[in-house]
Design a protein around this ligand. Sequence first.
Ligand code: ATP
Ligand code: MG
Length: 424
Amino acid sequence: MKFNAPRGTNDILPPESTKWQYIEKITHNLFTNYNYQEIRTPIFEYTELFQRGIGEVTDIVEKEMYTFEDKGGRSITLRPEGTASVIRSFLENKIYGQAQPTKYYYIGPMFRYERPQSGRFRQFHQLGVEAVASNDPALDAEIISLGIRLLEKLGLEDLDVHLNSVGCKSCRPKYVEKLKKYLNENRDDLCDNCKDRIEKNPLRVLDCKNEGCKMVIEDAPKITEHLCEDCRIHFDEVQNYLDLINIDYTVNPLLVRGLDYYTNTAFEIKDNSLGAQDTVFGGGRYNGLAEEIGNRDIPGIGFALGIERLLLSLEEQGIELPVEDSLDLYITVIGDKAKAEAFKLLDMLRNEGLKTEIDYLERSVGSQMKSADRMNAEYTIIIGEDELNKNSATIRNMKSGNEKEVKLDDLTSEMKQLVDKEVF
Ligand code: ATP
Ligand code: MG
């Protein structure tokens, strides 16, 4: 019998997992500085939440959801994204009754039944933010900058920020009618998929990757030229705020999201070095979403970033994360009596915050020293009968070769002085 992990899933093994921990740590710190608080919602929800909250005519709901019936006969879906759950939670817990806006972030696994390939998996991970209950364009700029600053902190460069406004309930329908008319006039040059989309969801034609469709799209009416006064002002202000904090962007009128409850700001951050799956994060305003799933008129904006894609991007740009892969101290042990004493010391050292290890395979002194080397121990100490009798031992600095004799009772305090713990 041989088992494999399901297609499209990954084991995140050490030392790779230390990169994940590093990214998560930086995220927690940075997002906390921006005064976003962590929210943890369930991994599964009732299917209908996603049908309404993501939309029936999206790729996700049409073909990518992991949906099953539970033993009680309810339709359940593994979450394919975070926003619908966050807004469901905001409404269900009546957070709107508290001081606003509400600024949340989340980190966790998402599930989509897609064809696995580079940067595309069936279980993948997103970190994301949602700012709820304010329509202030400064918040749009804050959200975009937060994502950019995170990537900058990790060392990424040359990111392309694509920005657009998709208007609102009052201006978009008129634009969509114009677009439909134009697409119908050019129907013969569109792919079969897009022919279908003209009626179902014409905005989605705008991001079709088909060459023929791209030609048609080039001359299609642009949403940016059809915004109402309010939406135009909102879009201008988002750009002004981004300018104030030196965030570069390109206005891309083809960047749209197909659904009615997406309003105003839409954005995508791409890394050109990535190839086909080049979007590291994307998001936008969804002022109509709370109405759709909870009959409340509450605005919101957010982004979601794919962690696997972020790691690809880091790799592509040759960035090594400064992850900790060393030991403070390796205790080499000679004999059973020494092992008992070493085990007590080990417990004390670890509880004082020192990363310490001993041998668990009854290896020779030479092999233990090799282990210490392999584990990048900064210091080693040998404990045997002699050391126990003298109640002292020698700490060796593995890099410089310097040695220092210490009383075993003082080992912990000596080590604490020697190790200047790096905190990120
Ligand atoms: P794509 O165009 O790549 O399918 P999307 O529009 O479906 O992206 P979103 O729903 O906006 O993506 O999700 C936000 C981010 O999550 C993406 O920018 C990407 O980094 C990541 N992501 C989405 N789907 C996957 C997946 N199947 N595997 C890995 N990462 C993903
Ligand atoms: Mg997708």
